[in-house]
Every structure is written in structure tokens, then in C-alpha cells.
Design a binder for this molecule. Sequence first.
Ligand SMILES: Nc1ncnc2c1ncn2[C@@H]1O[C@H](COP(=O)(O)OP(=O)(O)O)[C@@H](O)[C@H]1O
Ligand SMILES: [Mg+2]
Length: 314
Amino acid sequence: MGIFDSLFKKNADASKGKPKPSDHASGIERATKVSKSVDIEARFERLRSAISGTMGNFFVAKDRFNGNRVVGVKLCDTDKVQFFENRFKGLNKPSEGEIAIGLNHSNIVETYEYGTSNRGQQFIVMEYIDGPGLHQLIAERKEDLLAGKRLDLITQMAESLAYLHRKEFIHRDICPRNYIVLKDMKKVKLIDFGLTLPATKAFMAPGNRTGTPLYMSPEIVRRRSTDKRVDIFSFAVTCYHMIAFDLPWQISDTTGRAALQHDTSPPREITEHRPEIDKVLAGTIMAAMHPNPELRTPDMETFLRQLRNVKTSL
Ligand SMILES: Nc1ncnc2c1ncn2[C@@H]1O[C@H](COP(=O)(O)OP(=O)(O)O)[C@@H](O)[C@H]1O
Ligand SMILES: [Mg+2]
């Protein structure tokens, strides 16, 4: 194994869930929220080719059992999910589907249902968010789309994470790939609870090095014990990246080794990339990616409070 554990994600384990009765209230046949033995191909008419991800793949489809509504389906690779789950044996870890379905926030993807297919694959059915991934806007340097909107988008992204933390979860994979901006650029939503863990002692113990290396906090890189502040670090690097179109640390290879610098060399000041940035915004972001969690912005509420003093967007 390399310096980073394979960046495995996991998905729903519906075996513990009890099916709920169908809800006919809206006039259309609603599927139960926890479903078993679903014939994926019979139920979903794929509209676009799948995006393959870390733990399986995602596709947009018409849900034939629900009035042909357009949904997003995440279908997982059973072996990969099992491998990730084995890390937490005996801890009664909630599955991705269980976590996702309990989240209700306007800046978080809405999950409709989760379960297992007739082939034993775990799946999640959710709203399809039609828009570019934040990583795409960054990679393509879409300044024309982002200009003047960043403060609003960052505030929404921060709200989604503050909410998740209030629900006592740690996302553990905050990065531009896991935020999708709606087409009109007025709204952004957090996705992907595949690595999300409860913020309890057992799950915060040292050793679990999963996530996206370039956004990874030093505590995870160094296999120290973790808490919600790992997300604050990754969030700050994400904000930095969407402002500077560059990362705070130089990357010399793609192995993830670059993350080792996160506590050995200081990040480049964001003002060097964007001298015109509001100083409060610059300070808020730099404080949230302090390598030492004790000196980092302590919680997302503090981050949001600081954001309120920012006068100009970017
Ligand atoms: N609800 C959704 N709406 C639109 N696209 C999505 C949605 N969920 C996932 N995707 C797309 O599928 C990709 C993989 O899904 P994700 O949940 O991030 O899984 P993973 O990163 O574990 O592979 C995302 O990066 C995004 O491009
Ligand atoms: Mg993802």
C-alpha cells in the first residue's frame, strides 16, 4: 500500500433497514426508502452514460416506478464497499444511505431512497443535480461564471458543512469534486457521504487515512486522531482553490505525496494569487487551513461568523 490508503468509499448497507410501507399520498407510486432486491436495469432507464467513481458509478436515469422522474443513482461495487466497511467492524457504522437519507438541508443533495439490488449491490437514489462540479469550474478556470459569486457560494458551502457537523458527522472528503453548482450558479450542494463517519470517539481514532490527498488535513495524513476540524481544513483548501485556481501547496506528482507538505511548509498566501481579495475573506480562509488543529478555526459557526464581515465578493 502506498503512503495513502486507497481512497475507498463505501455505500449503503440496507440489510439492517426495515422496509417502510409505500406512500401513495402524492398520487404516484412511491418506492419505499429502504429497498431490497431491486432490479436496477428494469427500474431505471439510463439517460446518460455512467460516471465511474471511487466506489462504483453514478448515472442519471428515469425512475420507472416513480412517474418517470429523473433521478441520480449511485451504484456501488460490493467488494470495495466491503473493504472499507471492514475497517469499522463491530462499531455498528451507519451506511452511506442511512447517513444521507437523514440529511435535510437546501445545500445538501436530497436522498430519496437507498437499498440493495437483486445482485447484492448497494445503491442510493437521489435528486439529480444538473450543473457543473466545482472541480470542473476550477479546472476550466471559469472566472466568467464564478466572478462576483464566490462569497455567496462559499457561504452556502459553509452552511452545508456546519449543518452536517451539527448532525454530528464528519464528511471526510470535502473537496471541489463533492460540491455541485446548479446551472444558474445561484446554488451549490454538497454530495457524497461515502467516507462520512459519526463524530464519536471510536470513529475518530487514529489510523483511517481516507479522503482526497490534496485537500487532506495533516491529522489524517499523519494518522493522528481526528475530529470535525479535518473537514474545516479541507473546506479551506477547497475555497482557496476556487478563488486562486491554484492550490496552497505545490504539487510535484500525482501520488498524493504532496499532502505531506501540509504541515511541513507554509501554504502560499492567497493574497499572492489574488491581491484584490477582501482581507477578511483571505484571513478567514487562511485561518481555517492552519496545519495545527488547535490553532485552526475551531468550528464552522466561527467560519460563518467571520464570513459575515466580508464586504466584497470575488
Ligand atoms: N446527485 C447527483 N447529481 C449529479 N451528479 C452527481 C450526483 N451524485 C454524484 N454525482 C456525480 O457522480 C460523481 C461520483 O459520485 P460520488 O457520490 O462523489 O461518489 P464517489 O466520489 O465515491 O465516486 C460525482 O463526482 C458527480 O460528478
Ligand atoms: Mg465523490
